[in-house]
Design a binder for this molecule. Structure first.
Ligand code: DSN
Length: 473
């Protein structure tokens, strides 16, 4: 049986089994494939996992509870989960050249919580921990949170500001990290749009954080993790990097040397489904001295490990160890740079003047639009992006003034730099044809324009079929 037939048969059979119980779910799954095939997906945090990764998740490994770690479980009968987790760890360590890997986190937020707890537990005195265990945290006021932080030694976190591209889990209040830590942000230089390491160093010296967090969700440049580690060492901080967005570029050896987080940080967290192209999930990589605390992730902050997803992580890591993944990673950046150049040449304002990674951030104020208006106008035209704050954004995090555009997914489909220029033209057409409406969410766009662009987007994708080996019709 050819690969085409094996994969198609597998997905068809799975849908048939689901349809026999709840046809609406089978229909929604099938429709998702149709929708993904037809849309120009430029969401920087999304990708298309391989059929092998997807199929590794749909099985009876899901039925097993396995709290604990390899060989030390709180449940009997975990021999196959042990095998799966050990293989995922083996591939993860080899892929990233990491001394230690923990592949249980269910998401990036979970991975960050595991890392924060490991850092706190490693650095905080035992009496402070005992004090916390007496608390009921659910009804705590801000003052009580401050008291709790004091019990932990007033731990401080220095992380990237949200408008410069940082993530909510880097110490912001909608996330528990904003309650666990006193957070101070570092931003970007107003003129260059890039991290000002001298300012970061000064801030760290003054603030004396327990942890410095590198990494981002919407920063279009390489980060010099060697300099950040130097700063952390100067102030006695633990240096953590959240590489969720650019893990694929680390795996593919686009980011090496000073720009390799694993080589420079004490602890590194990631998701596995963005540029890394694996299943939805997270992982933590760390230096050996933090390994014991990281291993406490479940049940400290995680529910039981998802063995079926760890199986898919193992498959994805194995795929990323192949030479063709390095080629893929480089093409992600080539495409991103071509997209930035195409937009710039058509008059767009690209934040920081370009990109070194998988994403491009544009300032849509140039078109008299908010991010919310631009995002919806593009979506109506078949182009899926997401609105994002830009440095010193006057429109805040909800409406924003920016659009974040990422190339990992379309690069997986095989689109190249020529197609990126065509996409820049389509985006330019939509953005210059859209007029702001009566509110920050409303806008006017001639339906003829959006229909024409959507048709052109579909035509562009026709030469790059998604999941060409999968036929579920
Ligand atoms: N949701 C991810 C992103 O879009 O960047 C991060 O949480």
């Amino acid at each position: 049986m050819s690969a085409l037939n094996a994969e198609s048969t597998a997905f068809r059979s799975a849908l048939e089994a689901v349809r026999a119980v709840e046809p609406r779910i089978a229909d929604a799954i099938a429709q998702e494939l149709t929708d993904q095939r037809e849309s120009l997906k430029l969401i920087a945090s999304e990708n298309y996992a391989s059929p092998a990764v997807l199929l590794a998740m749909g099985n009876w490994l899901s039925d097993k509870y396995a709290e604990g770690t390899i060989g030390r479980r709180f449940y009997a009968g975990c021999q196959n989960v042990d095998t799966v987790e050990a293989i995922a760890v083996e591939h993860g360590k080899a892929l990233f050249n990491a001394p230690y890997a923990y592949v249980q986190p269910h998401s990036g937020i979970d991975a960050n919580l595991v890392a924060y707890w490991a850092i706190l537990a490693d650095r905080v005195e035992a009496p402070a921990l005992a004090k916390v265990q007496k608390r009921n945290v659910n009804d705590m006021t801000d003052a009580e949170w401050a008291e709790l932080r004091a019990a932990f030694g007033n731990q401080r976190m220095l992380g990237m500001s949200l408008d410069a591209g940082g993530h909510l889990t880097h110490g912001f209040r909608p996330n528990i990290s904003g309650k666990m830590f006193d957070q101070r942000s570092y931003g970007v230089d107003a003129a260059t749009g890039q991290i000002d390491y001298a300012a970061l160093r000064e801030s760290a010296k003054e603030f004396r954080p327990l942890v410095i967090v590198g990494g981002y969700s919407a920063y279009p440049r390489k980060v010099n993790f060697r300099i950040m580690r130097e700063i952390a060492d100067e102030v006695g901080a633990t240096f953590m990097v959240d590489m969720a967005h650019f893990a694929g570029l680390v795996a593919g050896k686009v980011f090496t040397g000073d720009f390799d987080p694993i080589a420079n940080a004490h602890i590194v967290t990631t998701t596995t489904h963005k540029s890394l192209r694996g299943p939805r999930g997270g992982a933590v990589f760390c230096q050996p001295e933090l390994a014991d605390q990281v291993d406490r992730g479940c049940p400290m902050v995680l529910g039981g490990p998802l063995a079926h997803v760890m199986a898919a992580k193992a498959v994805a890591f194995a795929e990323a160890r192949r030479p063709e993944f390095a080629d893929y990673a480089q093409r992600i950046v080539d495409n991103s740079q071509a997209l930035a150049a195409g937009l710039t040449s058509r008059g767009a304002t690209v934040v920081s003047g370009g990109t070194d990674n998988h994403l491009v951030l544009i300032d849509v104020d140039k078109y008299g639009l908010t991010g919310r208006q631009a995002e919806q106008a593009l979506l109506d035209s078949g182009i899926v992006t997401n609105r994002n704050a830009i440095p010193q954004d006057p429109n805040g995090a909800w409406y924003t003034s920016g659009i974040r555009i990422g190339t990992p997914a379309l690069t997986t489909r095989g689109l190249g730099t020529g197609e990126m220029d065509q996409i820049a033209e389509l985006m330019h057409t939509v953005l210059t044809s859209t007029r702001a409406g009566a509110s920050k969410a409303k806008f006017d766009l001639d339906a003829a324009v959006s229909e024409r662009v959507a048709k052109q987007a579909t035509e562009l994708l026709a030469d790059f079929p998604l999941y060409p080996t999968v036929d579920i019709s």
